[in-house]
Design a protein around this ligand. Structure first.
Ligand code: 3S6
Ligand code: CA
Ligand code: CA
Length: 327
């Protein structure tokens, strides 16, 4: 090495050491006006350090009691972000899915992920099959703008469920306040069905022609209301529907008169066979009025859009996503 080269090396080394900068410095050196905002984002992003399989674990192990987005890790190591309700009835509720109706006029067309996106077809009795598979879709921030299903749906072993009906296109931070109905179960019923909906719907397949209305329906579980009551629940569904449902329950795999299967009757227990007018999600075939009853919100607009006449649900119900939580 020449003396000049030696000097240059020393100079470069000193310059490197004295400057002592890293690409992160521009992120850390924030002006006073941005500081509180960035500190909040920093706090939320630091939640990535928690290793927990559910919001219940995040609350219990890491002492978190604020509603918002957290990172969860499945048993196989998949990391995903979802919303935790840390305040209702002791908190620790994990959002695992949302059922959203993008277009009630589309009959088992694009967007009907919880039913069929490929038409009303008796040869495809389970439709998309998403109630009992590991396919995931959507994003947590768009859970009221589109369907959502995350790995927690099949990974979390839970005891109870909570359900929020939230008007479409509501931002995450307003979900709780904007909700038109909220309730939860408190009897640890999921113990009996494998700990989650993935298992429950394996035992009660959401499939056309698996059985008859009422006699082959899945369980109806009593609920505790956090917003609303039995009567307000019935008012969200059509007056004819009201005559064949009882408020104060969440029901699974309700079958209709024509042997079509629906997945969830939110807030109610069926007492008849027009389940397509008050239950959501389903298999791939609905015989009556083919294809008019096929879709994520099935036949909620049978007597007009949001009319609350005959079998039609109210506009509020039709235009709200159904958010499903586990604890
Ligand atoms: C209360 C009258 C029964 O109406 C029937 O139910 C009518 O014929 C059908 O249009 C309707 C549908 O089955 C509702 O799903
Ligand atoms: Ca949908
Ligand atoms: Ca009917």
């Amino acid at each position: 090495m020449t003396f000049q080269a030696f000097l240059l090396t020393i100079t470069l080394l000193m310059a490197f050491q004295t400057s002592n900068t890293s690409p992160l410095d521009s992120v850390k050196k924030i002006g006073p006006t941005n500081a509180p905002k960035v500190a909040k984002v920093d706090e939320i992003r630091n939640r990535a350090q928690f290793i927990a399989r559910s919001c219940k674990e995040v609350r219990e192990v890491y002492g978190q009691s604020e509603n918002g987005l957290y990172y969860l890790t499945t048993s196989t190591g998949v990391v995903y972000q979802t919303f935790c309700d840390m305040t209702t009835a002791g908190g620790g509720w994990t959002l695992v899915a949302s059922v959203h109706e993008d277009n009630i006029y589309g009959k088992c067309t694009v967007g009907d992920r919880w039913t069929s996106q490929q038409g009303n077809n008796a040869n495809w009795p389970q439709g998309e099959g998403n109630w009992a598979n590991r396919k995931t879709f959507g994003t947590v921030e768009a859970a009221t703008d589109d369907d959502f299903k995350n790995p927690g749906y099949y990974d979390i072993v839970a005891e109870d469920m909570s359900v929020w009906h939230v008007p479409n296109n509501t931002p995450v931070n307003h979900w709780k306040l904007a909700a038109i109905m909220r309730y939860h179960t408190d009897r640890r019923f999921l113990h009996l069905y494998g700990g989650n909906l993935y298992s429950l719907f394996h035992r009660y397949p959401v499939e056309y022609n698996v059985g008859a209305h009422l006699s082959d329906n899945g369980p109806s579980i009593p609920i505790v209301y956090d917003l609303g009551d039995k009567e307000s629940t019935k008012m969200f569904y059509g007056p004819y529907s009201g005559a064949e449902i009882e408020g104060g329950f969440i029901s699974f795999r309700a079958i209709n008169y024509e042997r079509a299967a629906t997945a969830i009757c939110s807030g109610v227990k069926p007492k008849g066979g027009n389940a397509e007018t008050y239950c959501i999600g389903g298999g791939g075939f609905f015989p009556e009025g083919n294809p008019l009853q096929c879709g994520d919100f099935t036949a909620f607009a049978w007597n007009g859009y949001g009319t609350h006449v005959g079998w039609s649900a109210s506009k509020q119900m039709l235009e709200s996503a159904v958010l499903l939580f586990y604890r």
